[in-house]
Design a protein around this ligand. Sequence first.
Ligand code: GDD
Length: 332
Amino acid sequence: MKALITGISGFVGSHLAEYLLETTDWKVAGTVFGPYKNIAGLCDRLELYPAELSRLDVVTFVLELTQPDVIFHLAGQPLVAASRQDPWGTLETNIHTQLNILEGVLRVNPACRVLVVGSSEEYGLVSPQDLPIDEETPLRPLSAYAVSKVAQDLLGLQYYLTHRLPVVRVRPFNHIGPRQRVGFVASDFASQIAAAELGLQPPLIEVGNLAARRDFSDVRDVVRAYVLLITAGEPGQVYNVGSGESHSIQEMLDILLSMSRVQIEVRQDPGRMRPSEVPEVVCDATRIRERTGWRTTIPFRQSLEDVLEYWRAEMSEKLRAADVDDPVSRTM
Ligand code: GDD
């Protein structure tokens, strides 16, 4: 078996590559965009291609070179907030690359299984009666990011219906873990705490809406779900991926603050509040559980501890780099 992971050096891509190398004998190839840092320790075991996925000729070239049996298409613009600043940029990136992957597979190897990654954001405006959210819940997207994910999801369905491509679609709910960048809530909080612990910023943390409740899974559980589904998922079908429990953002903040080595003040930043937000999101993961037996295994608190440890290491590195650049002012 050979897997191709688009966006292999990203947050989810790097965890997926690690998981495949640890638990299978599959060959693993990936397309890279941006820094290699997340996969630095794996590079000699991977086949890597810097590739511009918005070009169909590049995508088909990579598919011809790599000849994968399965594709995990993870590359894309992942931030809901960024899609408010640049809605077209998000729509163009996410839809165009998805289309090129499907079209490329159709041209090069229509037997290749493709995992199309949507989002729980596709469900958008859900009311308390809709909870927990199963796959039949209507799609009422609330951002351009969410619309881009609906489009990716439906392109996957269309290529299955029209061409019988073996496409499996997923709608992951929030996931967190080491290597997630700032812009996502757990990393936003943990990076500020780690910076405050080292004196890189005042002991103050800026937060957005703390009342929202979301269904958080650990990224290492999520990549396990993706591997189970690419092998055992029903082509054409769509699967929610989530824990089935919600946690408030306040609870996340409290847990992280309880792990902090310094006393930290909390301040609400109006810039972090979102214009339209649903109060609670909870996943109904019955379909994936019945098909594959998957369920989450890593407790919320453990994920948060690992996120904070990751940011402590990142901030220490930043401090060391600052010392090397300017040793005099650091000692003053
Ligand atoms: N990012 C961020 N930063 N969010 C905050 C903050 C903050 O300082 N304070 C409160 N929040 C709240 C947001 O308002 C939101 O309700 C919740 O924390 C989670 O925000 P994010 O981590 O930014 O995730 P998201 O829900 O917008 O999107 C993520 O999950 C989707 C799946 O549901 C992303 O991973 C998407 O790519 C993914 O599709």
